[in-house]
Design a protein around this ligand. Sequence first.
Ligand SMILES: Nc1nc2c(c(=O)[nH]1)N(C=O)[C@@H](CNc1ccc(C(=O)N[C@@H](CCC(=O)O)C(=O)O)cc1)CN2
Ligand SMILES: Nc1ncnc2c1ncn2[C@@H]1O[C@H](COP(=O)(O)OP(=O)(O)OP(=O)(O)O)[C@@H](O)[C@H]1O
Length: 238
Amino acid sequence: MASIQTLRSQKKALRSSILAARKLIPSASVNSQSEHITRSVLQCPEFKESESISCYLSMPGEVDTSAIVDEILRQGKKLFVPRTDSPSNSIEMLRIYDGDDLRSLPSGLWGIREPGPSPLDSGLSLILMPGVAFDRSFCRIGYGKGYYDRFLSSYSSKHGHVSSLLSYLWFLLAVGLALAENVLDFNTIPTGSNDWSVHGIASPAFLADGDTRGESKENDISGNAQDLTAYCIARRPS
Ligand SMILES: Nc1nc2c(c(=O)[nH]1)N(C=O)[C@@H](CNc1ccc(C(=O)N[C@@H](CCC(=O)O)C(=O)O)cc1)CN2
Ligand SMILES: Nc1ncnc2c1ncn2[C@@H]1O[C@H](COP(=O)(O)OP(=O)(O)OP(=O)(O)O)[C@@H](O)[C@H]1O
């Protein structure tokens, strides 16, 4: 196994090459891929069945989540967005109640809009995650602060226990949103023991032949070639 130092420098090199390449993706492509991903997310069963959803508020260059967050609120689901705490390098998921609440958010650390103190998360069932890149083995690399990994560790230790013989409280599904350019080949992202992989990735990379319009192509990942929007989500085999 690679040493922590080696892992850190491998991740750093990968992250900076992807961030440099990301700057070259035309914004029209980010927008059209984001629309496709949005349609796929909104109509997947994991979204439809979730009452409490965490979603990041996108920065330039990331999959744009504005239509997803609007729709979460419009459908009366509970929306939670990340708020960073810098000394502890941690994030909390805080509730946004409505569109006014969303539009009035001030910019926090990194210039990302974040909520002020409000009730903490509980009972999240779906977390839509940003990432600098994902690979086809469902591994993720972020900006290198470990925020989401730390959040998932702490959330799972708080809520992930067996509450009785029959019911588990660990229902949280993590789905990464990624531009096609940011989905890498199998086993490309180096990982260590703190890294969480995702249960699914929504990305046009999973359309056959990279066709982001999703027209009548077979798809061997979700196996649902009829449905033009569902099949840009790949799910990790259970
Ligand atoms: N939209 C969004 N919100 C999020 C995250 C994210 O990845 N995306 N995070 C996920 O953990 C947390 C914030 N994490 C971050 C950690 C580092 C940098 C950062 O280093 N930014 C560089 C610019 C990087 C670049 O684009 O080249 C900077 O501001 O200089 C940004 C966010 C919580 N909220
Ligand atoms: N659960 C955890 N507990 C303690 N340290 C952690 C945990 N998860 C990650 N870290 C540490 O945080 C640092 C950054 O981790 P990593 O490079 O995996 O971040 P990332 O996933 O790219 O970033 P992010 O999640 O912020 O987008 C590493 O030093 C890592 O060991």
